[in-house]
Ligand binder design. Structure first.
Ligand code: FES
Length: 271
């Protein structure tokens, strides 16, 4: 068997399901690592991890797949970079834990790098000819940002703008970064949204000309967006379940607020 023993028709109407072995054969897995995952953008962490100058945050790009040790750094000016976390001397891991650092020092033989990955010094290499050179710096990977989310890749084939465009289109109505910026620390941020799990809500949205292109978010999706924006103590509650606004009905409704039946829901988080 070869990895090319099936055809994928570019015309989706003529395409068929991939053979099962594509999902279980190690040969395909290796091929996909190289052709798909190494050549595309991957989530690289939350920007809040390296918000302050001097922060360093090591991570593994696609743990269990690419297994590439990388590190996010924020230099004195607050410029964030994504660097290889593999020492250019003998391949040891340079940054082992998240925290503050003025420089990056490999603990194996003491090679030191600036926060932008440039080689700084190496004990007992003073007389070495042709040293240091460009290849002694920690390689820098592309790094892009969508809201609070950072993305990197070993060799992305698409530009980030091309790749993220459909997501921008769908999520641009919710500028979470800006919300977080304008709410004071400790302040409460709330989103009130139609509940797409309520059939009457869906019907109302479907019939409303104003909502023609609306994409309704489920409470769980909104919750994840708030988490990604760095909000804490996130809570979601459904409301407008019962049509009668009497005190008794309101009390009953409060008791049902965790069930996904209400016409709307509120998602809140602390900044
Ligand atoms: S492996 Fe890092 S200094 Fe030798």
């Amino acid at each position: 068997m070869t990895p090319r023993d099936f055809e994928i028709d570019k015309d989706i109407r003529r395409a068929s399901t991939l053979p099962a072995r594509v999902y279980s054969d190690p040969e395909y897995f290796e091929l996909q690592k190289d052709r798909v995952f190494a050549r595309s953008w991957q989530w690289a962490g939350d920007a809040s991890r390296v918000k302050a100058p001097g922060r360093v945050a090591p991570f593994t790009l696609l743990d269990g797949c690419l297994n590439e040790p990388l590190v996010l750094t924020s230099d004195d000016e607050g410029t964030v970079r994504c660097l290889s976390n593999v020492c250019t001397h003998r391949g040891a891991i340079v940054v082992e834990g998240e925290g503050h650092a003025r420089s990056l020092r490999c603990r194996y033989h003491g090679r030191k790098y600036a926060l932008d990955g440039k080689f700084v010094s190496m004990p007992e290499f003073d007389t070495t000819v042709g040293f240091p050179s460009e290849k002694d710096n920690l390689p820098q990977l592309p790094l892009e940002r969508f809201g609070p989310l950072l993305f990197s890749g070993l060799a992305p084939e698409m530009t980030f703008d091309e790749w993220i465009a459909p997501v921008r289109e769908r999520a641009s109505f919710m500028p979470l970064d800006e919300f977080v910026r304008v709410v004071r620390p400790g302040g409460l941020f709330c989103v009130i949204e139609h509940n797409p799990l309520n059939p009457l809500t869906r019907l109302a949205v479907m019939r409303c000309e104003f909502d023609r292109d609306a994409a309704l978010l489920r409470a769980g999706q909104t919750r994840r967006l708030l988490e990604d924006a760095g909000l804490r103590k996130i809570d979601t509650r459904y409301f407008v379940l019962l049509p009668w606004a009497t005190p008794l009905m309101r009390r009953i409704e409060r008791g049902l607020r965790k069930l996904p039946f209400g016409a709307q829901y509120v998602a809140c988080g602390v900044v």
